[in-house]
Design a protein around this ligand. Structure first.
Ligand SMILES: [Zn+2]
Length: 70
């Protein structure tokens, strides 16, 4: 087996693993933040400290991208 052939296969394998991570997600809109990447949630929740569920900032579901990976 030619070693350059193995090197090419290796580079392709790495590229296939990395490229999808660089591309923005093209899946459906995030149903938690509605696609804007930020959340501002607050609703009564007895299990939370203070009796309220409060979460604001970057959406933890899509990491602020607004779209989910399909
Ligand atoms: Zn989101």
């Amino acid at each position: 087996m030619d070693t350059s052939f193995i090197a090419i296969i290796f580079v392709i394998a790495i590229a296939v693993m990395i490229i999808p991570r660089l591309m923005p997600p093209r899946g459906p809109l995030c149903n938690r933040c509605g696609g804007n990447g930020d959340i501002d949630e607050r609703w009564p929740d007895p299990s939370e400290e203070g009796g309220w569920h409060i979460a604001a900032g970057v959406c933890p579901k899509c990491n602020g991208k607004g779209r989910l990976r399909s």
